[in-house]
Design a protein around this ligand. Structure first.
Ligand code: IPD
Ligand code: CA
Ligand code: CA
Length: 283
């Protein structure tokens, strides 16, 4: 079967499940809830768990043979040819603080022999009622309208985005990249939902996005959206992106080489702008 000719259209079912999970998240969001910790500064709420339980229930009813890998419950691998990657609430820290930037992210992968193809992806932002959908070989849509990455070709005119993992922040080098890329662009946004960051590249609001150490459930849907919207996604050295890459660099394609060049320079420690000294500022 060719990658682009998957006969079944899973998007309507995935969209309905994502909308239902999003509505559930909004109920929790309005009522306020207790924060728990999975680790130091790694938050989880009852809403994360309830959303994943709902999604799993709907998938098992409609697609009983499919496997599901979800952030909260992991994967019970039954060797199915279909695997869902589910982030039931991407942006938990925002959610728990009442900051309305979060989403439900789901992707479906088809597995045949050694070949794994992500065939469909859905990201639903219930705060804006924005549903992003993509099907392999059939383009990307926002609320049913075809979307495309931006046409920005100059890095210095770009608006880009990044994120920081909620745990192990002290070991993450991204603060250096944040600093350097901020000085080379119109700015770097750090909104707190990697799935939405990728969707915002797909629809041209952002020209690029990068993050260290994302997990498959963060990226599986958003990466397909960027690719289907005409963009490019690689590792930080330009090699092909894979779900377990731990490096995600997405762009409109036009500024990808420029971003790769900046990454090479930063990793090599070349041409770095020195961090401003707060003591000098104070004087
Ligand atoms: C997090 C968000 C955030 C990113 C973190 C992720 P979660 O997902 O996507 O933007 O910076 O790396 O862990 O924990 O809210 O599902
Ligand atoms: Ca996530
Ligand atoms: Ca999550």
């Amino acid at each position: 079967m060719s990658e682009s000719s998957h006969p079944e259209n899973f998007i309507p079912a995935m969209s309905a499940i994502a909308r239902e999970a999003g509505a559930l998240l909004m109920q929790y969001f309005h009522q306020g809830l207790k924060i728990e910790y999975k680790g130091d500064a790694d938050l989880v709420t009852a809403a994360d768990r309830a959303s994943e339980a709902l999604i799993r229930e709907r998938v098992s009813k409609q697609f009983p043979s499919h496997d599901v890998m979800g952030e909260e419950q992991g994967l019970k691998d039954r060797g199915s040819e279909y695997r869902w990657y589910v982030d039931p609430l991407d942006g938990t820290t925002n959610f728990a603080h009442g900051y309305p930037v979060f989403a439900v992210s789901m992707a479906l992968e088809h597995r045949s022999g050694d070949t794994e193809t992500r065939i469909a992806g859905v990201v639903y932002d219930p705060t804006r009622d924005e549903l992003f959908t993509a099907e392999k070989g059939r383009g990307a849509h926002l609320n049913g309208k075809l979307i495309h990455v931006s046409k920005m070709a100059q890095l210095k005119e770009c608006l880009v985005a990044t994120g920081f993992p909620s745990h192990k922040r002290h070991k993450n080098p991204n603060i250096f990249f944040y600093h350097q890329i901020t000085l080379k662009t119109h700015g770097v946004r750090r909104a707190g939902s990697a799935a939405l960051d990728l969707c915002n590249v797909a629809c041209g609001r952002f020209d690029g996005f990068w993050e260290f150490n994302l997990n498959p459930w963060d990226t599986a849907a958003g990466v397909l959206l960027v690719e289907e919207a005409g963009g490019r996604v690689t590792r930080f050295d330009g090699s092909p992106f894979e779900l377990n890459s731990r490096e995600t660099l997405a762009s409109n394609g036009l500024v990808h080489d420029a971003l790769l060049h900046e990454f090479e320079e930063i990793f090599a420690g070349r041409g770095l702008e020195a961090l401003p000294d707060p003591r000098v500022y104070q004087r």
